[in-house]
Structures are given as C-alpha cells and as structure tokens.
Design a protein. Structure first.
Length: 277
C-alpha cells in the first residue's frame, strides 16, 4: 500500500515557499509516498458599489488579489511538478478555491483524507503558523513541520520526546512507519520542566527494542527558557534527523491555548518535527 502525504500550498496573503515543496518532495521520495499537493486560491467577498468608493479595498484591488492568488498557485504547482519529476516521486496536484476567511479550515478538511500533512512554519510569516496549528489540532492526522531551510535527508536517527503523556503515546503510534525505517531511535526524557516518571523512557525504549528497533533511552536536563527550544536543541545535540513529539493544546473560553513545548516548536522549528495531537 502506498502512503499518501498532503502538502497544502498557500497563495494569499503570503505564498508558500519553494523550500517546503523541495523538502516535501525529498521526504516523500525517502519514504516512497505519493505526494498530494493542494494549492489554495482565495475568493475575496466583493464590496457593494455604494461602499467601495469609501473604502480602500475597491473591486479593482480585490480582482488584483484574486489574480495574484491564481498566478501563485500556477507557479507553485509547476515547481512541485518539476521537482517531483526529477526525484521520481508520484505527484497529484489540485487547486481549491476558498473564501479567504475559510482558508485554514479548508486546509484542515483536505488534510483529513491523507496519512500525513507536510507543513512549514516561518516566524516571519505568521500565516504559516496559523495553518500549521489548524491542521495539527483539527485534521486528526499527524503532521511533519519543516524549518525554513533545505534538507537533503536521510532521516536515519529519530528522537522521541517522551513524557509518558497521551499526546506522546499518540505521536509514537503515528510515527511507527518512520521509527521502524530509522537506523537509530533515541527516547528523550527532559527532566526539570515537570515531574516525570524516570523509568518511563527506558521502558518505551525496551519495548521498541523488542519490536526490532535499534532504540535507547536518554535523559537530559531542561536548561532553557523555552521547553520547546530545549527539546529541539537536545535533539540536535544527539544528531537527530527528525524529532517526534505530541502536540498539546486545549480550549480555554474562546482561546486555544498551546502547551509550552508545542508553542516553542511552532514558534521556530529547528529540525523536522513530526507532531501528533
């Protein structure tokens, strides 16, 4: 069975980067996946003539924005097609037109059909984070978040951020195909941020070993102002190619509140991070 990876491509107000397309193709090639790219073009509500002369968003400006969105979609699809052909990756592309306020909801709905979503998070482009949060917490599927840099692979060493929580357990389950393909897996428990049962990481490593994985447990000390950055820095010190972690967030009144580690990673991913909620 061929796995299916989903790549949402934004076109407005900011366009997805060429880096995420390149990384998605590299990732799909490494795992033998079919890549499904979806360019999201926007439809902006038109303003009645009686109001248009009083506002900056005239019908002409709206038309220009929609045209720009369509042109960017064509450019992104062309780039994905060329890169996939060069890497011998099976690619399907489609364009979905959606109302601007529903852009993130549309990405979530599309992501639900596939095994995994491939996302980018760029601190200077806030909309990339908004889409990532929406897909991670709304799609019911795992996602891999790439930093804003080119990655050639391979993805041989996985680090699992393990705290014994439900979200971490879900992430390990969703990462099973990657764990079993990896040459090495490190189960990382970070002490000092919150109480952790010390043998928990060692127990997970032992179970992974019994299923044929080259796994070991590592305990490190929380030493940064951000738990998310501390986990990532420790993973990089261990020479990780990919970090696996649970995504934690909950609703509080009308706001969605992220856990500290999740927030830190989404603010600035430093390596590919497979996150599952």
């Amino acid at each position: 069975m061929t796995v299916q990876y989903f790549l949402p491509l934004a076109t407005y107000p900011d366009s997805s980067s060429g880096l995420i397309i390149s990384n998605a193709v590299t990732f799909a090639a490494y795992y033998g996946a079919h890549l499904r790219a979806c360019a999201l073009t926007v439809a902006i509500p038109h303003i009645p003539d009686a109001w248009s002369s009083l506002l900056l968003d005239t019908p002409k400006m709206i038309e220009h924005a929609e045209t720009l969105s369509r042109e960017r979609a064509a450019t992104l699809v062309s780039a994905a097609t060329n890169l996939a052909a060069g890497a011998d990756v099976e690619l399907s592309c489609r364009t979905v037109n959606t109302a601007l306020p529903l852009l993130h909801d549309t990405a979530v709905t599309e992501a639900r059909f596939f095994d995994l979503a491939i996302l980018e998070c760029i601190a200077e482009v806030p909309d990339t984070r908004i889409v990532a949060e929406a897909v991670i917490f709304g799609s019911g599927r795992p996602a891999i978040i790439f930093p804003n840099k080119t990655l050639a692979g391979p993805f041989d060493h996985l680090v699992i951020a393990w705290d014994g929580s439900r979200a971490a357990a879900r992430a390990v389950n969703d990462a099973n195909p990657f764990i079993h393909k990896a040459k090495r897996v490190s189960v990382l428990s970070l002490m000092g941020e919150k109480p952790l049962p010390e043998p928990s990481g060692a127990h997970l490593a032992e179970i992974l070993v019994s299923s044929g994985v080259n796994a070991s447990a590592t305990v490190a000390r929380f030493s940064s102002s951000s738990i998310g950055q501390s986990i990532q820095h420790t993973a990089l010190e261990l020479s990780a190619d990919m970090l696996v972690m649970g995504g934690f967030g909950h609703s509080r009144l009308r706001d969605f509140v992220l856990g500290g580690a999740t927030d830190g990673v989404l603010h600035e991913p430093l390596l590919p991070v497979l996150m599952s909620h």
